[in-house]
Every structure is written in structure tokens, then in C-alpha cells.
Write a protein that binds this ligand. Structure first.
Ligand code: ADP
Length: 419
């Protein structure tokens, strides 16, 4: 640099662009403008159009990449003799990173036109730039791999910790639900005894109060049972005890169980083709729960006067083989397409529904959002699958919903001793 602080561009560029023809060097030097930037100044901004390349005379810069969330990632620093900003010129695109001075900076700025003109006729300059770009790619590659493996390690650690926490939570839920269910079961027993007591039966007011206690306790008992079921499913502790059973008889029991509410809500429940189903080897208690939740939901999400149809058939399914297929269909409010899969997540409930404490068989009555998660877990434990179909959600037109359960018959042959 001269005493006036002005650099001799040609002599400065000569060693940097070693091998460049004299007239090319002269042309670049003639186009070069010397600029000074204070520390912190931005020379290139990511996304802007690239219209010049820079050669650092003195000082240094940091190159950073900016992310949409406002954070930025440091890529590298460059110092005296190094160029920056050539990428966008070569790609004819926007700047791919931001470059900032990290100390007082002097650069030679060469405009796009003269730089590309010299580049086009100078193999030496092209090779030099190519080598530089390749080097940078290799550095970026190494850094990306390092970053990835670091992130991977962190994720693995976090996953382990999450699994431990999840287990603790599952254990806690299971123990609490179990501990709470026992006294509630006793409470329910006493309340039912009181319900039958002559003194209570004779007194309508007392009788109404005791009925209320029985209904609420029964509901509490059911909720704890559901929580216990879900926690068992989460912990993978669900035991399927297979026995030859008739699916039809499960629905006959359910029909009796829901008879009162069906009448109250003027809902018809029709069973189609269930008697003709072959015997199935499954866990009757668990499958009862599956269909209990499906029928309960059909009742809950169908307005008074609606129709619930339960049909059964055997079907051949590509990956499951011969299956029992049971469909619970209603003329209710239906389910939006985006919810068809999500409703099987635990605690997932769609739209506005009544308070959770309201009756579970009232139209849009309460529920913990566990029924379908339990049903899915049990069906899967039987090697089967369950899904929902619906034209959509509409409380005015009530397009209805279908819940399809497929239970493979073949698998039982494998699972049964001697089968
Ligand atoms: P809950 O009924 O206790 O909320 P579920 O797991 O049984 O929990 O159901 C999850 C959600 O799926 C319900 O909140 C409801 O939005 C939707 N759903 C389930 N069955 C039906 C049905 N037959 N018709 C319309 N929506 C349903």
C-alpha cells in the first residue's frame, strides 16, 4: 500500500491471480475500486443480487448464513489475499451468505462485467477459482458431517432421556390409576348396595341422590379403567389371552348394556351378518372393550333418532390374509378428513364438545379421548387393523362415520397350540 493508503491493484492481484496474462491483470486492476469498511459493516447481504467480487487487502471478514427464524450460522472467516463474493457472480444468482467485516477492512472491489469478461478468456483464473470453490465445498462437507454427528449424538442422548421420562410417567399413571381404581370400585359397590336399600328405595329424594352417586362413581371407575388400559398399551404390557369366541355374542351383550340409552335417545341398533361369522380366537374381554368404545362413540356422536348398524363378514386382505371384518356405522356428525387418523391418538378430541364430566352417552357428551386409542391398541395386539371412514364432519347434514375393524383369522391358527 502507498503512503496515501492506496494499494497498487495490479501488483496486489499479481500473486493472488498468479499465471494471469499481463493484459488481463491490467484490465482487472483498472476495474478495481479500493474500499474501506469499519468493523461490523456488512459488505454482502444474503439474498441480494451479486454484482461484484472482492479481494481482501487488509483486515478480515466473517461469512455467515442466515436462517428464517432469525438465527445465523457462522461458516468461515477470510483474510488478506482471499477473494469473496465470486459464487453469486458465477451462478448468476443471489448472494448465498452474508459477509461482515470483523476488523477495519480494506478491499478491492471488481465489478461483475470486467471480472466475468476476464474469466471467460483466462483458463488460469477459471482453474484458480475452481480450486478455491472445491476447497470450500470440501470444508463445508466436513463441517456438515461434524455438525450432523454432533446433532445425532445430542438427539440420541435426548431420546434416551425422553424414554426414561416417558417410562417414569407411564409407571406413575399406571400406579395412580390402579391405586385410585380400587377405592372407587369399593365406593361403587357400597353405592349400589345403598341404591337397593329399602329405606332409599322408599324415599324418592334419597333415591335420586344415590342414583347420582352410582352414575358418577361408575363413570369414574370407567375412566380409571381406560387410563389403566392406555398405560398398559403404552408400556407394551397388554396381554392377549386368546380363546375361541363368538363376535356376535359380544354385540349381544353390548346391545343389552346400551339398551336403555338407545331407547332414551331413540337410536336404532341393527346387527347384520354377525351370526354367520366363523368362531374367532381372540381375547373376549379386550375385544369387548374395542366394540364397547366404538358403539359408545356411535351413540355419542349420533343425534337422537339416528341409526347404528353393525355388520360382519369375512374378507381376504392382501397383507393380513383371511379376516373377520366388523364395521360399526352411524348416521352421526361424521369426521373431517384431516381428523380420520388423528382421532386414534390418545386424548385427541375433535371440535367443540360438552364438558368432560357430562354423560358419555349424551349427544356429543363427555369423554377422556382415550376410547379409540385403546381400541386401536387392542386390535393391533390381535394382529389386526382399525380405521375410520367418513364423508366429512357436518352437524347439520350428519354424513355419518364408519369404523372398520379387521382381525386376521390365519394368525390365530399360528398362535393356537396345535393350530
Ligand atoms: P372420546 O369419545 O372420549 O372423546 P375417543 O378416543 O373415543 O374419545 O374418540 C376420539 C374423537 O374421535 C372423539 O372426540 C370424536 O371427535 C371422534 N369420534 C370418535 N367416534 C366418532 C363417531 N362415531 N362419529 C364422529 N366422531 C367420532
Amino acid at each position: 500500500m502507498s503512503e496515501t493508503g492506496k494499494v497498487d491493484a495490479k501488483e496486489f492481484l499479481r500473486p493472488i491471480l498468479f499465471g494471469l496474462a499481463e493484459e488481463d491483470l491490467e484490465e482487472l486492476a483498472a476495474a478495481a475500486v479500493q474500499r474501506f469498511y469499519p468493523p461490523g459493516a456488512t459488505i454482502i447481504r444474503e439474498g441480494e443480487e451479486g454484482n461484484a467480487v472482492y479481494f481482501i487487502v487488509e483486515g478480515s471478514v466473517e461469512v455467515v448464513k442466515q436462517f428464517e427464524n432469525g438465527t445465523e450460522r457462522f461458516l468461515h472467516t477470510s483474510g488478506p489475499g482471499e477473494p469473496f463474493g465470486e459464487m453469486a457472480l458465477l451462478q448468476e444468482g443471489g448472494r448465498t451468505a452474508t459477509v461482515r467485516a470483523i476488523e477495519p477492512l480494506t478491499v478491492l472491489e471488481i465489478g461483475r462485467e470486467p471480472f466475468l469478461k476476464v474469466l471467460a478468456r483466462s483458463p488460469s483464473l477459471s482453474v484458480r477459482i475452481l480450486v478455491r470453490l472445491t476447497g470450500r465445498l470440501r470444508d463445508a462437507d466436513r463441517q456438515a458431517i461434524e455438525d450432523l454427528s454432533r446433532a445425532n449424538e445430542e438427539l440420541t442422548r435426548a431420546l434416551k432421556q425422553l424414554k426414561r421420562l416417558d417410562q417414569t410417567k407411564t409407571d406413575f399413571i399406571q400406579v395412580s390409576a390402579h391405586e385410585l381404581r380400587t377405592p372407587v370400585a369399593a365406593l361403587l359397590g357400597y353405592a349400589q348396595m345403598m341404591q337397593q336399600h329399602p329405606k332409599v328405595r322408599e324415599d324418592p329424594e334419597l333415591s335420586m341422590l344415590v342414583d347420582g352417586v352410582v352414575t358418577s362413581t361408575r363413570r369414574l371407575h370407567r375412566v380409571f379403567n381406560s387410563i389403566l388400559d392406555v398405560s398398559k398399551l403404552m408400556a407394551g404390557g397388554l396381554r392377549v389371552i386368546r380363546n375361541p369366541m363368538s363376535v356376535a355374542s359380544v354385540f349381544e351383550t353390548l346391545q343389552i348394556e346400551f339398551q336403555e340409552v338407545l331407547e332414551e335417545r331413540r337410536l336404532s341398533l341393527e346387527l347384520v351378518g354377525l351370526d354367520a361369522l366363523p368362531p374367532y380366537s381372540g381375547d373376549p374381554d379386550l375385544l369387548y372393550k374395542v366394540f364397547y368404545h366404538l358403539v359408545n362413540n356411535a351413540i355419542k356422536y349420533t343425534p337422537d333418532g339416528g341409526r347404528i348398524t353393525i355388520s360382519g363378514r369375512t374378507v381376504d386382505v392382501d397383507d393380513l390374509g383371511k379376516c373377520l371384518e366388523i364395521v360399526v356405522e352411524d348416521t352421526g356428525i361424521g369426521i373431517a378428513p384431516e381428523d380420520l387418523e388423528l382421532i386414534f391418538e390418545k386424548f385427541y378430541r375433535t371440535g367443540e364438545v360438552a364438558l368432560h364430566s357430562s354423560s358419555t352417552t349424551k349427544f356429543k357428551g363427555g369423554g377422556a379421548g382415550l376410547g379409540l386409542a385403546i381400541a386401536q391398541g387392542i386390535v393391533k395386539a390381535h394382529g389386526g387393523r382399525i380405521w375410520a371412514e367418513s364423508p366429512g364432519y357436518d352437524e347439520e347434514t350428519c354424513p355419518g362415520s364408519r369404523f372398520v375393524v379387521q382381525l386376521p383369522l390365519q394368525q390365530e391358527a399360528v398362535a393356537l397350540p396345535g393350530g
